[in-house]
Design a protein around this ligand. Sequence first.
Ligand code: GLN
Length: 242
Amino acid sequence: MSDNSLRLVWVYPDLLSTYGDQGNALVVERRARQRGLDVTRIDVRSDQPVPTSGDIYLIGGGEDRPQRLAAERLRRDSGLARAAGNGAIIFSVCAGYQILGHEFINDLDQRQPGLGLLDVVSTRGEGERCVGDVLGDIDPPLGLPQLTGFENHQGITHLGPTARPFARTRLGKGNGTGDGTEGAYNDTVFGTYMHGPVLARNPQIADLLLRLALDVNALPPTDDRWYEALRSERITAAQQPA
Ligand code: GLN
């Protein structure tokens, strides 16, 4: 971060942007502008280099084949890994989350290396695909309200010792390992299975990313009535019997 400017990088919208994940970029951008920041949003297609000078990087979910291509290109490019090494904030969803881990199973049934930015390994779940609304309690040190999101994945993700669970599920599968965890994070790198888009359902997570980027403990308040209406609609819907 320099001065009042924020560089927001949306990684590979051409490969990784399912279930409204592009909304995450819109939400971060809007909430940053509402706080008076001068936002430069950089959408990086998969045939372009990932800049290393971003403050916040967003990476979304995707189908199995685009996920394989995205992981190959991100490893070859190395920009995202170098940005992480510089302390950039990275927020990833589903396929993006799996790519940030050590490895995942790709569409060719092969173990494919990820970027190793999160201490997680993803395998393919043997059971039913994890699909539906999720409610969870975000890791208490992060100080955020209830998590609401929508999951749709076959992969399941195991956390290693240096990854903290991002949340504990009250409803839904999350990481799918049966231990009630959902997502993972370390200092500045976050992964979640939540679509929705998750930052529209949980604007406080977008603000967490901004606080980390700005290195501040609090941000000026915003009028969040629209978000609150969406949150309560989805939380109520999730609690209805199927
Ligand atoms: N292909 C991955 C899986 O099914 C990720 C899916 C997604 O991003 N929605 O686990």
